[in-house]
Design a protein around this ligand. Structure first.
Ligand SMILES: Nc1ncnc2c1ncn2[C@@H]1O[C@H](COP(=O)(O)OP(=O)(O)O)[C@@H](O)[C@H]1O
Ligand SMILES: [Mg+2]
Length: 258
């Protein structure tokens, strides 16, 4: 197969999702390429989390197409790792055990391999030394690091993140954004990040998807042609501020006047 025929890593077409009377998504089309970093922004309730859950395979569409690398999405899969706003670690397990638990289903991994693999990813997210800590002993940022280690440990092609840093203070959020960009650059993952922080979307992404208010549709896709690696300094450039303002204006323009 030539490169031009390779199906996109994620393809969503004509996607509609209703919950009873509520139409959460109405005809969403989106393609995300291999190794692309794409953010999704939009007013609260516009269907961002619903879209991510559908791609994760945690919900079924009402109609439309969902594919990962050309294969229909029918449920959760190890090709797609998920990180939510609240780290969903198991409180009775240590950090090490939480990651090992996620690796149970991995074919060809012995108990020792699992332990090694878990330690490797705990180190990667900067938690070396905390293997034996329980989630309650960790700060919010550290819990999100552990959740990230767990999702990365089984080598997903796509990382689906729903406001993963939304509950963290500004400084911790910044550190986590840098960690995420490092991981993305080293592992060449595809990332789909839902965020309400427009600067976070711009500093991390190749493209920012702006959704219209409910029922959610793709209102506009904004390219971010800012050179990488991006740093704090990139955010102070006029180019960055212009893109960020443009996205904010799009969200405001799409929202009904209050
Ligand atoms: N499980 C559900 N049952 C009923 N309504 C839901 C459910 N999940 C989401 N919704 C509704 O769908 C709409 C989109 O929600 P959501 O995807 O959470 O938006 P966002 O993440 O953009 O804030 C909202 O009106 C929400 O109330
Ligand atoms: Mg949400």
């Amino acid at each position: 197969m030539s490169a031009s025929q390779t199906p996109p890593r994620i393809r969503v077409a004509g996607l509609t999702k209703t919950f009873g009377e509520v139409t959460a998504l109405a005809g969403v089309d989106l393609e995300v390429g291999e190794n692309e970093f794409v953010s999704i922004v939009g007013a609260s309730g516009c269907g961002k989390s619903t879209l991510l859950s559908l791609i994760a395979g945690l919900e079924d569409p009402s109609s439309g197409t969902l594919e990962a690398a050309g294969v229909p999405i029918t449920g959760p899969g190890r090709d797609r790792g998920v990180v939510f706003q609240q780290a969903t670690l198991m409180p009775w397990l240590t950090v090490q055990q939480n990651v090992e638990f996620a690796l149970r289903g991995e074919p060809g991994l012995s108990r020792l391999d699992r332990a090694d693999r878990a330690r490797e990813f705990i180190g990667l997210v900067g938690l070396a030394g905390f293997e034996r800590a329980h989630p309650a002993q960790l700060s919010g940022g550290m819990q999100q690091r552990a959740a990230l280690a767990r999702s990365l440990s089984y080598g997903p092609d796509v990382l689906l993140m729903d406001e993963p840093f939304g509950a963290l203070d500004a400084l911790t959020r910044r550190t986590m954004q840098e960690l995420l960009l490092d991981v993305w650059e080293q592992h060449r993952l595809t990332v789909l990040l839902v965020t309400h922080d427009i600067d976070e979307a711009v500093v991390t992404s190749d493209r920012v998807v702006v959704m219209s208010p409910r029922p959610g549709r793709v209102q506009r896709i904004v390219d971010v042609p800012i050179a990488r690696p991006r740093t704090l300094a990139s955010e102070r450039t006029p180019e960055f501020r212009e893109l960020s303002d443009e996205i904010l204006a799009l969200i405001h323009a799409g929202s009904p006047a209050e």
